[in-house]
Write a protein that binds this ligand. Structure first.
Ligand code: ARG
Length: 462
């Protein structure tokens, strides 16, 4: 009879169905690197503290390094059979080096082992996603540099509101993704704490050195309370939240790109590399990439809600429910990284149809607010009176079949004789955009200022 190495008192083979429910190897094999690195650090510490011999350490180190190589190269495949990645590595190491392998689990439990492995994975990915975000922000900055003078109708309620420039619009996304970057980095810093040495829940009577494994694994400090540490999955929830928020931002941009590439807007044209056809309609070029990016927001939101729900009823300390933490995180991390890379490539190569953006600015009376502001400044009118008078002027323009920016001085004077000739200037769309010179505003000068501030910030993060 085959005895399960992780059960000392269970003498019959497990039910097939139990194994199917219980085994996590099919998905946690993703953590093989972290698991081996964790065991290398733990064994080094055990030897340094005189808990295992230096001969055993030598065998263990050599064996683990060989396993790492063989799994990486595909020479060893991690297939079902073992309960999880921790038991698989222990079994493989035992087969390779014999008894020394059985000493590695001294002063350790799978509870601190899995908490360490998974935390290392999550920390690395917080940094990796942050790095991809910086690259994406650079793309927005490059587009902004080219288009700080390209007029675009700014919208509220998806209705034309005031003229802005396309560079400024791209910088709005740069600002969003900068917040995401900061969230990933602050999660990284907050969670950079080593669980190793917490053992099952209460620490260990062996004379271990948690500082040593902390340094060896690149953590900032050992966790303070073992009972909390082995059942804490806040670090996983944080990366899921960070990803969900980031994907929500990606989804908002995708929605705009989908709209902008319709025949009604034609503000951008996606590269043929990033568009697909229809199996029946020969003329079609569909924006599948932004649609999928928008759609993938659903699964990352689901992963966050799933883990919040798993955690909400758990008494201290470790419970097997926690094993449900991994698949959602792996899925969200993969989705986030691929989405960032695809999005960057797509916006880098998307054609910006400047003329169509500028033509759209002559629809919808975008400079109406400027006319009201002119009356406040030059005619000393209360804003509300000016607002109503401009309403009449907009109606008049509609009657004439014109945009307010196309009215002549004569047409304006026939409505109110207090206008001076220079009123025509304030109705000009580009002047309207450039008039917004308050800090954070859309004028070309302020857009360039934002580009500089953002570029300096990026440099400071490298
Ligand atoms: N596969 C388990 C997990 O992912 C490892 C920890 C198991 N610990 C235990 N006491 N059964 O959570």
């Amino acid at each position: 009879m085959k005895k399960n190495i992780a059960s000392a008192r269970i003498n019959i083979e497990s039910s097939k169905l139990l194994k199917e429910l219980n085994d996590s190897l099919p998905f946690d094999k993703e953590l093989f690197r972290e698991d081996i690195i964790g065991s290398l650090a733990h064994s080094k510490m055990l030897a340094k503290q005189g808990i295992i011999s230096s001969e055993d350490l030598e065998l263990i180190t050599k064996g683990l390094n060989e396993l790492l190589e063989d799994i990486e190269s595909g020479k060893i495949e991690l297939n079902e059979g073992d309960e999880d990645i921790h038991m698989a590595i222990e079994r493989l190491l035992t087969a390779k080096i014999g008894d020394a392998a059985k000493r590695v689990h001294t002063a350790r439990s799978r509870n601190d082992q899995v908490a360490t492995d998974f935390r290392l994975y999550v920390l690395n990915n917080n940094k990796e996603i942050a790095r991809l975000l910086l690259e994406l922000i650079e793309s927005f900055i490059n587009i902004s540099k080219e288009h700080s003078d390209t007029l675009l109708p700014g919208m509220t309620h998806l209705q034309h509101a005031q003229p802005i420039n396309f560079g400024y619009h791209m910088l709005a996304y740069a600002s969003m993704f900068k917040r995401d970057y900061e969230r990933f980095m602050s999660s990284y810093k907050r969670n950079n704490i080593s669980p190793l040495g917490c053992a099952a829940l209460a620490g260990t009577p062996h004379p271990i050195d948690r500082e040593l494994t902390t340094n060896e694994l690149g953590f900032k400090e050992p966790s303070l309370n073992c009972l909390d540490t082995v059942s804490d999955r806040d670090f996983a929830l944080e990366i899921l939240f960070n990803i969900a928020t980031m994907m929500m931002h990606i989804s908002r941009l995708s929605e705009e790109i989908i709209l902008w590439s319709t025949s009604e807007f034609k503000f951008v044209t996606l590269s043929d590399k990033h568009a697909t056809g229809s199996s029946i309609m020969p003329q079609k070029k569909n924006p599948d990439i932004p649609e999928l990016l928008r759609g993938k927001t659903g699964r990352v939101n689901g992963n966050l809600v799933a883990l919040l729900t798993v955690m909400k009823g758990l008494p201290l300390a470790y419970n097997k429910d926690t094993q449900e933490d991994k698949e959602g995180v792996f899925d969200s991390v993969k989705t986030a990284k691929l989405s960032l890379m695809v999005l960057k490539e797509m916006i880098d190569e998307m054609q910006v149809n400047k003329e169509n953006m500028e033509a759209a600015c002559r629809v919808g009376h975008l400079s109406a607010t400027d006319l009201a502001d002119y009356m406040v400044k030059n005619l000393n009118m209360p804003f509300r009176d000016a607002y109503h008078l401009v309403g009449n002027i907009v109606n008049k323009a509609e009657e004439l079949g014109k945009d307010i920016s196309e009215l002549t001085y004569e047409e304006l004077s026939s409505i109110d004789d207090r206008f001076a000739k220079d009123v025509i200037e304030v109705l000009d769309i580009r002047n309207s955009m450039n008039a917004r010179e308050s800090f954070g505003g859309t004028s070309t000068a302020k857009t360039i200022e934002q580009i500089e501030i953002m570029s300096n910030w990026i440099e400071s993060q490298k």
